[in-house]
Design a protein around this ligand. Structure first.
Ligand SMILES: [Zn+2]
Length: 178
């Protein structure tokens, strides 16, 4: 089932301007950026030329040892110049490493990105289908060798071969699906 992409996508459509940046900036971010997730959880936040500094929730103290820099794609770089343990810093405020990365909504993706995501979702099914193909091919090979040696296949073996053929057709369906 190939779904044609009929909808026109415009750059910036469905995106929300981050209010912390002025509108002349080309930088656009989705609602709930990693920055919006992290900053309210930190204490003593101050802005610097490159980003922000804050108190480290992991090692404490009054110094602004934690540096936060936002990348072009919304990904955050978080470094503590004292403990250097970003995982522990995030855990201290109830976040994980994955929260530093921009999660883009499906509707904001380009057709190419959506296609990539759909393909990625199919990979586990393809892997399972390939395992079935490999296993059932072995079953048929054993039967073929037996016939080649001049042996007869009994009813149970014939039934197993038919099952193998059905499983191969099923696997083929999965692999042909888009
Ligand atoms: Zn620290």
């Amino acid at each position: 089932m190939n779904r044609p992409q009929t909808r026109q996508t415009q750059p910036g459509k469905g995106w929300v301007q981050d209010r912390t940046h002025n509108n002349s900036s080309a930088k656009v971010t989705t609602i709930g950026t990693p920055l919006q997730l992290l900053l309210p959880r930190l204490e003593g936040v101050v802005t610097t030329g490159k980003g922000w500094r804050a108190r480290c929730p992991n090692c404490g103290g009054k110094g602004h040892k934690l540096a936060i820099v936002e990348g072009d794609n919304g990904t955050l770089l978080v470094t503590c110049f004292s403990c250097h343990d970003t995982g522990a810093v995030l855990a201290a405020v109830g976040l994980q490493m994955g929260d530093l990365f921009q999660r883009r909504h499906y509707r904001n993706m380009t057709p190419a990105e959506r296609s990539q995501l759909r393909q990625a979702a199919l990979i586990p099914r393809w892997r399972a289908a390939l395992e079935v193909l490999s296993h059932e091919a072995t079953v048929l090979l054993i039967a073929a060798n037996k016939l080649g040696d001049g042996d007869q296949l009994d009813d149970a073996e014939l039934t197993r071969m038919r099952v193998a053929a059905l499983k191969l057709f099923d696997a083929q369906e999965v692999l042909n699906a888009r």
